[in-house]
Design a protein around this ligand. Sequence first.
Ligand code: PLP
Length: 488
Amino acid sequence: MTSSNNDQPLIFERSRSGRVGASLPVADVPARSLDQIIPQELLRTAAADLPEVSEGETVRHYTALSQRNYSVDTGFYPLGSCTMKYNPKVNEKIAQLPGFAKIHPLQPDESVQGALAIMHEMQTYLAEIAGMDACTLQPVAGAHGELTGIKLIRAFHESRGEKRTQVIIPDSAHGTNPATVSMNGMEVVEIPSAADGGVDLEALRKAAGPKTAAFMLTNPNTLGLFDPQIQEIAAIVHAAGGLLYYDGANANAILGITRPGDMGFDVVHFNLHKTFSTPHGGGGPGSGPVGVKKPLIPFLPVPIVQCKDDVYSLSYDHPLSIGKVHSFYGNFAIYLRAYAYIRTMGPDGLKQVSKDAVLAANYVLKELAADYKVPFNRYCMHECVFDGLREAAPGIRTLDVAKRILDYGCHPPTIYFPLIIHEALMVEPTETESKETIDRFIAMMRKIAKEAVEQPELLTSAPHNTVVKRLDEVLAARKPDLRWKKNV
Ligand SMILES: *Cc1c(COP(=O)(O)O)cnc(C)c1O
């Protein structure tokens, strides 16, 4: 990439021949030449083409780049389905304690009793929050939890000599759900949503049968709507011999209020980087623990953390286990942060999280309903979905609204997901934002709705205030220009 549309030169463009980042007095011990230290055949013949810059310039360069990052520590981040809540710094402090940060996964069990005790407690907490009987901490993402969960379901059916190859998924599902099913070599059976956004019971009844391994459901679903028919749904799936899988990405709506296990689900994953406030974004690391009901316990990944007479150990002796799904025990440093979060919040605190998250989303839904189309006339849970602007110059789309939001220095909500809402704009304010922040967001969204009618070109040509203006998204995806070449 060149710096043509960019006021920030690349570090290579700052380079001046002979400039150095450090100056030290001449050494008073005899110098050894490089080939006395490194074998001749391993030495470069020409010097590496590295930028030559001073320390001060280097610091300014990278500090300026870091200030271009948008994060939950710099601003409101209402990215629906992702639960971009504030991550309390006490979690980081705890994860940095040397007793946690400096241990090694190959240490003998007796030398890491504290870490094992935390893993054991964390499994217990998550199983309790989910209403499940046991839990594995090994998967390292929500999608990875899904993969693990569907493997468990498959192993369960196979152990009973049943060949069940289909997984039913509603058309509102997150893309990782069908991807998980395919990755497991099973068949996706998609069913349409009902007019109120919930599961179409008739369609489910038709789809469920002797080939059904599971029904995967997010509840509240990706529209932010809770499905009150859940017990009937569970009865239909179980009567067909299938199991019910809970995609827990939206668990921020239900903590301490209801539990997937009580709704009839058999397998659950949580996204700790969403619901339990571990750092989120940039592709990882995450954590996607999976909870199961009793009949699925024998199939859980090894090792299992167990406790006998106050001594913790890792147990590999589980002949029906699906095996390992990740090296060692998953991302210890991540679920450790989530453990700190659960302990600092306590049961009442977690319940308050969900109450406040749901309140905040309903406030946004109500305040923006005059300007943005509301596809379902219902209370929402922790996030709300709009179907584009109510009124605008012809041709103004949700994409234009999102680009205009960037001009106001805010991260846009999720757009064009879920797929069944054509102009979807999905706002998840989370419980950690103040009323003032949410009010500023609402005022900004109203102002943009007004601009869409009065000065539509402000939206269609947005963003105006960002370093990179509007990209040709097709070209950017097909022919990404990511490489800098010297003197071109
Ligand atoms: C985020 C999300 C996932 C996938 O979780 P990752 O941790 O990103 O792999 C699955 N389902 C839903 C509904 C989600 O929002």
